[in-house]
Design a binder for this molecule. Structure first.
Ligand code: PAN
Ligand code: ZN
Length: 185
């Protein structure tokens, strides 16, 4: 009898290993109108990677779970911290769990009424994202923010529903975190 070697996450780096992986990089040039200051985004090097996602290549069947790690790099666009695009699940009722692995940041959660809240993300933090709740990671630190996520394979992503953005935006001003409420969220 042999013991199966499972995939693993390197706690220190947040890297996934030992399994068939899927990878996706999201660059500055992909994040059109995601940041408040669109001209500032256009001034930056388009090829610069804002975040990488590594995902275990597992079954997409109903009832199965996906596992992925997001590595969100430190940086700003017009003073606004680097962040993921953010989304609702296409199947709105489907939740997700995020686990902070390294770095420091915020998880922005927003319900369908536009009510938003922010949770601190750090190595060891656990985030229960309920159904009907959009989610976005924000890196407020100077290091890479890595978080592990587990979500239902059937959940899907709906990016269009938040095309006008979330109702909160997070900036760095005078080396402090500044949260701004947005009108047209
Ligand atoms: C995560 C996200 C990942 C990238 O795996 O997909 O952090 O963020 P965007 O999908 O918003 O670009 C997740 O929430 N999956 O459901
Ligand atoms: Zn999700």
């Amino acid at each position: 009898l042999t013991f199966i070697q499972p995939p693993q996450v390197e706690w220190a780096s947040g890297a996934l290993a030992k399994g068939p992986l899927l990878r996706k990089s999201t660059r500055i040039q992909d994040l059109i109108e995601v940041f408040a200051d669109e001209p500032a985004r256009q001034q930056l090097a388009g090829e610069h990677v804002v975040y990488d996602v590594e995902m275990l290549a597992t079954s997409s069947a109903e009832g199965e779970l996906y596992t992925g790690v997001t590595h969100l790099y430190p940086g700003h666009v017009g003073g606004e911290y680097f962040m993921t695009r953010g989304h609702f699940h296409a199947r709105r009722e489907q939740g997700e769990v995020y686990f902070g692995l390294r770095g420091k940041g915020l998880l922005l959660l927003q319900n369908e009424h536009g009510q938003a809240r922010l949770e601190n993300v750090f190595a060891g933090s656990i985030h229960i994202i309920p159904g009907f709740t959009a989610h976005r990671l924000i890196n407020t630190g100077n290091e890479v923010l890595s978080a592990l996520a587990v979500w239902p394979a059937i959940a899907g992503h709906d990016y269009a529903a938040l095309a006008k953005g979330f109702t909160l935006r997070v900036f760095e001003e005078n080396q402090q975190i500044l949260v701004r409420e947005v009108q047209n969220g």
